[in-house]
Design a protein around this ligand. Sequence first.
Ligand code: UTP
Length: 309
Amino acid sequence: MKIKAVIPAAGFGTRFLPTTKAVPKELLPIVDKPAIQYIVEEGLLSGIKDFVIITGKNKKAIEDHFDNYQELQSNLKSKNKENLIESISKIIEKANFLFVRQREQLGLGHAIQTARPAFSDEHLAIFLPDDIFTGKVPGMAQLIKIATQEKCNVVAVQEVPKEEVNRYGIIDIRRQFSPNLFQVRDLVEKPPVNAAPSNLAIVGRYVLSSNIFESLEDLQFGSGGEIQLTDGIQNLLLNGEKVFAYKIQGQRYDAGTILGWLKTNIEFALKHPEYSNIILEHLSKLDREFLVMQGKAESLSKKQVKINI
Ligand code: UTP
């Protein structure tokens, strides 16, 4: 299967304001490297070489991250510190990058549509950089395997609590083939809790045929006043294309909110060979201190009660 990655990274990142006023959300670090670097690493491990990154105003730093920086390289070389940029240098060596600018932030579907000039008939491996997957087999590799075997489009899904369905695109199941593989009848973007066809939410990975560009054309603004990728996939279904949904085997981290990003950083730090023990020790110390503080707070409130009496 001929395939290129598309990484939409042109959004405003409003959930991280004011940090993201000038700093791209996609470059916020997860412990020791920017979030988007994990995504490109997953793509490379899934056998993808070509990466189309959708950027916009204030996102130039993403291009710089995936480019050579001669002065820095020579400086580090002279100090024998090249290991500091080894992980990104390896990526730059192996991957091809093309940056396409989305001039107006009209939504995820619109962002994908702006990648059209970079494609002929290749499939699109779409990665939403907020979602980071870990596990034995890279998340995207799992989707590509299904898309190749079944000759179909594939979206990654995850079960979510019923009260959270209104935050996601939700699939309506036509058939279930195994505990993890489904054929999709329909999809609906952010349905009200009591109208959701299932609790299987689309999460940040897709493999779609290049017909998605046709399907996104002339779409009306959908949920949230944005051009939605989900509506484009619905058009693929209407045109008779097969869409499967697959529960990626592994762990998903949602780093797209401040709380999710903090939790992801803590978990990644706890699993990091260099920081794991130190962080664990620090968290235990904090936990003990908080317990003591809570104890103090209790006795304080008892004192206040006495005074009030
Ligand atoms: P999100 O809605 O999660 O990201 O879009 P956002 O809009 O940047 O963040 P919030 O909601 O305001 O906090 C999913 C992905 O699609 C990209 C975003 O950069 C993000 O990686 N995107 C979104 C675009 O490239 N263009 C758009 O018009 C909208």
